[in-house]
Design a protein around this ligand. Structure first.
Ligand SMILES: NC(=O)c1ccc[n+]([C@@H]2O[C@H](COP(=O)([O-])OP(=O)(O)OC[C@H]3O[C@@H](n4cnc5c(N)ncnc54)[C@H](OP(=O)(O)O)[C@@H]3O)[C@@H](O)[C@H]2O)c1
Length: 266
């Protein structure tokens, strides 16, 4: 039995991970702003943008359990729109939840993992970290930031026997699509390009994989002695990430543009 914290465990990928691990007999604590009632999860309300609140919650879990073995930093959200039309507040809020949330949660858990003799930190990024999506620049940037953060973190905490893995899921069918905050402003210069682009993404997400695939991946990582630095979720997406690595960056970016950038109708 392991003591596991999953952030963003009230819906989608986080809920699936938390339920799956809880049903395997692990003690799973789910963190989210809304309370989720499920017999396999101990749900605690907290916002990942608030460090002091997270620290107090992790202290409480440590006091009850005597250790914390695994942290899955999964909480996240999306915004869409052109960079030019994005409000500073929206961009800043997204970075605060998706990136600073991972920082807050990681910073809060490290002392408890060190006292536990080690642990695993699994950060949920995205394939969009490797291939930046037009009209979702801030989302892609937040995930690329998680990748860089996780690489540095892995080397920093290795002497404490804490291992780090960045998960890069492809499209998964969850509430993420409806929770995405779309720009209310779209200037004339972009026309319907933004709507068309986000439409492609929404369709891919809603025809995407079952969140169960992420749960099974995390379950395998929890049981593994040594975990990899990166784990892409979904066979198709493993091929895409490999192509992104071997193709010249300009070519890869043009392919992404051909799928998501659209030309403005004359
Ligand atoms: N779905 C995909 O295709 C896909 C692909 C790649 C990566 N991802 C990543 O997977 C993660 C989970 O996404 P999902 O698809 O499962 O979306 P989702 O169904 O919208 O779930 C998001 C979760 O994050 C929580 N959350 C949001 N803001 C929070 C905050 N400030 N503090 C605490 N919890 C917060 C939400 O709970 P509350 O609203 O109750 O707080 C919810 O439990 C995200 O990091 C996302 O970027 C998703």
């Amino acid at each position: 039995m392991k003591v596991i914290i999953v952030t963003g465990a009230s819906s989608g990928i986080g809920l699936s991970i938390a339920q799956y691990l809880g049903n395997q007999g692990h003690h799973v604590y789910g963190i989210s702003r809304s309370k989720h009632f499920d017999k396999s999860i101990r749900s605690i309300q907290a916002d990942v943008t608030e460090f002091d609140a997270l620290k107090a919650v992790y202290q409480e879990i440590f006091d009850i359990e005597g250790r914390i073995d695994v942290l899955v930093n999964n909480a996240g959200m999306g915004i869409s729109g052109s960079i030019e039309d994005t409000a500073y507040e929206d961009a800043s809020y997204l970075m605060n939840v998706n990136f600073m949330g991972v920082f807050n949660s990681t910073k809060a858990v490290i002392p408890f993992m060190r006292s536990s003799g080690g642990g695993k930190i699994l950060n949920v990024s995205s394939v969009a970290a490797k291939l930046s999506i037009p009209f979702q620049a801030f989302y892609s940037s937040s995930k690329a930031a998680i990748n860089a953060f996780s690489e540095a973190l892995a080397n920093e905490v290795e002497p404490f026997n804490i291992q780090v893995c960045t998960l890069m899921p492809g499209d998964i069918k969850t509430g993420f699509t409806k929770n995405r905050k779309k720009n209310s402003v779209t200037s004339e210069s972009y026309g319907d390009r933004v709507e068309k682009s986000v439409g492609v993404m929404e369709k891919d997400e809603q025809n995407g994989m079952d969140p169960d695939i992420a749960a099974k991946t995390v379950h395998r990582l929890v049981n593994k002695k040594r975990i990899p630095l990166y784990k892409t979720i979904g066979l198709k997406y493993k091929v895409i990430v490999l192509l992104a690595k071997i193709l010249p960056s300009g070519l890869a970016n043009r392919i992404v543009g051909a799928i998501y950038a659209f030309k403005k109708d004359k």
